[in-house]
Design a protein. Structure first.
Length: 206
């Protein structure tokens, strides 16, 4: 059970926002952040770093978190913006949007290793925060489930890329399919190496 928030509750903080993102590594789709405020006395052994959970476990945890949390929000940044400002800044932007979209007051923000400036608010980044703070882990689950659902819809729209199994980090199959069919503008991240290399190869053919 993740209980590290207790140290902040003892300091007088009551509404702690945990924030994390999903989708920094993939070649396509948005980067998504989740922000969440959990009740002080909320305990749930299903909440953990989203990467340590199966898809079914994440879906179950997502439903439990969103049903019991004080507030949650989602921030989504599209591939074209990722290409314009880089993935690090896009992840930061997604986190700030997620916090804003909670539409709720808060005392403190804790993030998974991402420094964020929010005027008048204390923000603390923690390395591997999603493995030690339950609210950050909850944010990571919200982000991951939301992104997976988005990518599952894209899988129906673009079946040739087999996104059901290629929605995460690049696979050999995904790169091979990308080279076969080419990237789709507005969906693929053109500044990412495999996508850029694919474009270069295509240009040499004409």
């Amino acid at each position: 059970m993740l209980t590290k928030e207790q140290e902040f509750y003892k300091q007088g903080y009551k509404l702690i926002v945990g924030v994390d993102e999903a989708g920094r590594g993939p070649l396509c789709g948005p980067v998504v952040a989740g922000a969440c405020i959990l009740p002080i006395d909320y305990n749930n052994d299903d909440i953990n770093d989203s990467k340590k959970l199966s898809e079914l476990q994440r879906e179950k945890a997502y439903e439990e978190i969103t049903a019991n949390c004080i507030a949650f929000g989602v921030g989504i940044v599209d591939p074209e913006t990722i290409d314009q400002i880089n993935i690090y800044e896009a992840s930061r932007l997604a986190m700030k949007l997620a916090i804003k979209n909670m539409n709720h007051e808060y005392d403190l923000v804790i993030t998974d290793a991402m420094p964020i400036y929010i005027e008048g608010k204390k923000v603390l980044p923690f390395i591997k925060g999603d493995a030690t703070y339950k609210s950050i882990a909850a944010g990571s689950i919200i982000a991951k489930v939301t992104r997976d659902r988005i990518m599952n819809e894209y899988a129906k729209k673009y079946p040739m890329y087999h996104l059901e199994q290629n929605k995460g980090y690049p696979t050999k199959e995904h790169i091979a399919l990308l080279n076969r069919y080419g990237p789709i503008k507005g969906f693929y991240r053109y500044t990412y190496g495999p996508v850029r290399n694919c474009i270069i190869k295509q240009e040499k053919l004409f």
